[in-house]
Ligand binder design. Structure first.
Ligand code: SF4
Ligand code: SF4
Length: 309
């Protein structure tokens, strides 16, 4: 990793593991342990926030520079042949997660039973920073998680369809972010490092029906940038045959505050209106919502939606 990047990341609370991996306790891990308040994914999908490990195998490698990204934009490196071994990464990350939760043990607001549970994650969110499909051994990494009894949530920007197609072991749930309805907006908002990435995202959308796992399209919505165009979004969602769609407000947090303004953060009402218009354009319907996170969940199959993993 470039000199200086590791210092910034550590200062921001990342625990670096191996050469390119990292773990960080998320806001909701803390909220759940201290106040019993889970993240919306516990409400929507049953993921227990206090037993969720947020990690990345490529903290410093991304092929986009999205304006709405809350992460530190030092992600300028490229995958190299000396990437970390997946088994060693997971072992190191589980140890780091134990260190992260250890501090909550002395806090009177944290229930001892929940604290004990938090030391053994049941879900791994492969999403913290960077684009995880650029890690060449992603399939082995997912397998290493499943072998240890956890589920996996993989979040990708969708610009690497070949990597998804090459996965021998699929994640329990696959998220693909579609944050632009057109190539033009994608180029300006997501700032891809290659002019081919929009076409690759479109390839991913077409390929999703063939992947045998639960699939979620996430629209990260930014006022005055990518809201509206409901029929364009609706057509992409329909083509993807995703099980769920999350219409999620951009949040004015982290490093994104250097690139966008607080006015770019939609209200929950804006998200509701967008979601209703989207549903009017395709076969999806509203299923749930979480006001604090300004997110609305859609599904195309109500009956299947509440099935557990
Ligand atoms: S799913 Fe994401 S937000 Fe929720 S607890 Fe896990 S890392 Fe945190
Ligand atoms: S793809 Fe993800 S990690 Fe990369 S810049 Fe965009 S939001 Fe950040």
């Amino acid at each position: 990793m470039e000199t200086g990047t590791d210092t910034v990341l550590e200062w921001q609370g990342y625990k670096l593991v191996g050469k390119y991996g990292a773990v960080k306790g998320c806001h909701w891990l803390r909220e759940k342990l201290l106040r019993g308040k889970p993240c919306y994914k516990e409400q929507f999908y049953g993921i227990e926030s206090h037993r969720c490990m947020q990690m990345t195998p490529v903290v410093n490698i991304c092929n986009c520079q999205c304006l709405f990204c809350w992460r530190f934009h030092g992600m300028k490196e490229y995958p190299s042949p000396d990437m970390d071994d997946p088994e060693a990464l997971i072992e190191g990350m589980l140890a780091a997660q134990k260190e992260i939760v250890s501090g909550f043990g002395g806090d009177s607001r944290c229930e001892p039973e929940m604290w004990e549970e938090s030391k053994s994650p049941t879900n791994v969110a492969i999403s913290l920073s960077g684009e995880p499909t650029l890690y060449p051994r992603l399939s082995d990494l997912i397998e290493a998680c499943h072998k240890r009894g956890t589920t996996t949530f993989l979040v990708t920007n969708g610009t690497n369809p070949r990597a998804l197609d090459d996965l021998d072991v699929l994640p329990t749930q696959l998220y693909v972010t579609i944050a632009a309805p057109t190539r033009e907006i994608f180029e300006k908002l997501c700032i891809p490092r290659s002019s081919r990435l929009w076409d690759r995202l479109m390839e991913t959308v077409s390929m999703l029906p063939s992947l045998d796992t639960r699939k979620v399209i996430r629209h990260t919505l930014v006022s005055n940038w990518n809201m509206g165009w409901e029929s364009e979004y609706a057509a992409l969602v329909e083509r993807s045959e995703a099980d769920f769609v999350e219409c999620k407000a951009y949040m004015f947090v982290g490093d994104s505050r250097n690139r966008l303004a607080v006015e770019n953060m939609p209200s929950h009402r804006d998200i509701r209106t967008f979601s209703e218009r989207l549903c009017a354009e395709n076969s999806y319907e509203l299923l749930d919502e979480h006001r604090d996170s300004r997110v609305v969940l859609l599904t195309r199959n109500q009956r299947k939606a509440r099935l557990a993993f």
